[in-house]
Ligand binder design. Sequence first.
Ligand code: SF4
Length: 454
Amino acid sequence: MHISVFDIFKIGIGPSSSHTVGPMRAAYRFAARLADEGHGARVAGIRVELFGSLGHTGKGHGTDLAVMLGLEGEAPDLLDPDVVPGRIAKITQTRSLTLHRGGQVTFVPAEHLVFHRRERLPLHSNGMRFRALDATGAPVLEGIYYSVGGGFVTTPDGALAGGPNPAVPHPFETAAELLSRCQDTGLSIATLMYENECAQRPEAEVRAGILHLWSTMQGCIDRGCAREGILPGGLKVKRRAAAMRRKMRADGQGRDPLVALDWVHLWALAVNEENAAGGRVVTAPTNGAAGIVPAVLSYYRTFVPNADDEGTMRFLLTAAAIASLYKKNASISGAEVGCQGEVGVACSMAAAALAEVMGGTPEQVENAAEIGMEHNLGLTCDPIGGLVQVPCIERNAMGATKALNAARLALSGDGTHKVSLDKVIATMRATGADMSTKYKETSRGGLALNIVEC
Ligand code: SF4
């Protein structure tokens, strides 16, 4: 199964890929299915149930808003985040929504959107059940979907949203296979991934698409560095990127040898503050961990001599190749394996990508990815108040600098190392399976329990 760079890096809105982007895509698919199967005229109302982690933290993550807008036909990559408040106010006031390719149906959020905090559907913690009802309240159609992290959506039969999977010239399922293909062909991980992408769409489209991802990430950093105030959700978390940038500019670069780290922190904070505010974000591999790859890529563009668009493409292709290994062999969902699946994976991706553009061999790149995860094993997910703010925002800054460490450590060696990337991915999966549910995006343990919301 090939997972594309455009599957890993999806343009969407904050604050969560699994709790916002995925549910919006699921709702959109259900509404489209109603129209495709000709049920539209019979539908008078919709009922949506959210289970597991979605039931616990869906409110803080904007799942309710995402579901309503998805039913109305909005897609996360096209929706203008600024129109969301007005659209939700209209649904609430009129007690109805306009179904995608359908008519107006009754929808009272407080009654028809149910958060099940103690129940979960069998296959994954992020389960959703949609029911379309006729005028008598009888069911017209039911659909069950799972949001499995990074904006990916599956159905109970395990089908990934997005259609069939085309053949690629260099298929790989594990890091060992990826390295072996690099050795056989003499290609770097980035070039191998690039050839796989070009087997699916025209080369010009691949190039333009990847550079568009980078410009969207830059736009997110710019907005995050410009906006000030308090983040939504009631936790009263103050945005700090704008003030931090002002201070850094006023102080100048000085002689501090670690000034690059301050910039990396700033870029990561800017992205994750923008994400927490519901702004335009690129999953990398998720929204909660979306700051690490752009921050490390900005480090490359700013501080590595001769950085250019070619290097940017190689960076994102390598990061996507590494993310696909986690997606295939473990998980990129905080609700499934804790934050090691989000910030841990993003750190591993960014470490590998930086090693690649700094001239690393495939073995050094694999080593960087492995180090990036090895020291995030066991990282729990315990967001305070169910909001993607604390510890998430700062954790991205820490994850980004850890990725720099991992890349540099790997580049100082020759690529040989004790723990393979495949082994660390298997360990991450097993650790996630052993982890108490309290620490898997339910906000029932850790910081979420010990810090009083105010
Ligand atoms: S703690 Fe980590 S996994 Fe959990 S919501 Fe925050 S970034 Fe995502």
